[in-house]
Design a protein around this ligand. Structure first.
Ligand code: NAP
Length: 268
């Protein structure tokens, strides 16, 4: 039954439209998992997309793979904590595609497993540096480009754990809560400039990142029990939500977080 649902949602996500035609998107951490599916979906809907992540080999392979599908993409190495990388990511996107309309800030780190107050200071700093500070800086640094286009859209990728902390992902959960606040605060200050800021909070999605939960039978079953839809999400489903949020179909939506979690509890 689980497989049937997953095949269904994968098929659904191959449906594409041209609603992002003429748009240029930058997606961080997009050579694998959720970021990859977001980059692919935005390109399938007509956007030109700059993919990026830390490893050059993965960037090249991803560009090749998506280009082979006939999609309009380019690639650039970018560790989101590195100021020069961020700067050249935006500069090269403009040079390559003529401007930037969409930023998806998707990178995250989680070097610490345990409850929040067991997190050591270096791990706390790393989590907040990658997950929160880099998202803030990416949004700040993309603004001149969005302003040049007289509008745009920013998406932060948070997590269901940002609304309902996971005990074993304590500090990570708090960092994801910060992104909900960043979304609201930035959305309000940019609303009159035709720049929308929204957030995706995925539930448990099968990727490398979540494999500690999904590959182990005991934690897999324990997690499935908490999901009313009784299955994990697919990366394609996350791509679909982001494509909607950055499209004109969401033109009156800003400052919002869409929880895509199969019905998991999501009250802060
Ligand atoms: P994933 O499958 O492990 O993919 C991670 C991607 O991020 C890779 O492309 C990796 O490539 C890149 N990356 C890692 N650190 C980076 C950095 N510092 N700078 C730039 N790129 C970096 O992860 P995922 O599950 O798709 O997670 C993506 C986002 O979704 C994260 O923000 C995560 O918190 C969130 N999320 C995931 C789940 C889930 O269940 N999977 C649930 C809720 C939220 P390189 O190694 O080449 O850098």
């Amino acid at each position: 039954m689980l497989k049937v649902f997953q095949n269904f949602s994968r098929k659904m996500s191959t449906i594409s439209s041209n609603r992002l035609s003429g748009k240029v998107a930058v997606v961080t951490a997009s050579t694998d998992g959720i970021g990859y599916a977001i980059a692919r979906r935005l390109a399938q809907e007509g956007a030109k997309v700059m993919v990026s992540s830390r490893k050059e080999k993965k960037v090249n392979e991803t560009v090749q793979k998506l280009t082979n599908e006939g999609l309009s993409v380019a690639g650039q190495v970018c560790h989101v904590s590195n100021a020069e990388h961020r700067q050249s990511l935006f500069k090269n996107t403009k040079e390559k595609f003529g401007g930037i309309d969409i930023l998806v800030s998707n990178a995250a780190a989680n070097p610490s497993v345990g409850s929040v107050l067991d997190c050591d200071e270096p791990s706390w700093d790393k989590i907040f540096d990658v997950n929160v500070k880099s998202s803030f800086l990416l949004a700040k640094e993309v603004l001149p480009y969005l302003r040049e286009r007289k509008g745009g859209s920013i998406i932060f990728v948070s997590s269901i754990a940002g609304l309902q902390p996971f005990q074993l992902l304590g500090a990570y959960s708090v960092s994801k809560t910060a992104l909900l606040g960043l979304t609201k605060a930035a959305a309000e200050s940019l609303a009159t400039e035709n720049i929308r800021v929204n957030c995706l909070a995925p539930g448990i999605i099968e990727t490398k990142f979540s494999s500690a939960i999904t590959d182990n039978e005991i934690s897999r079953n324990a997690s499935l029990e908490k999901i009313p839809m009784q299955r994990f999400g697919t990366i394609e489903e996350m791509g679909g939500v982001v494509a909607f949020l950055v499209s004109d179909d969401a033109s009156y939506i800003t400052g919002e977080t869409i929880v895509a979690s199969g019905g998991m509890q999501s009250r802060l």
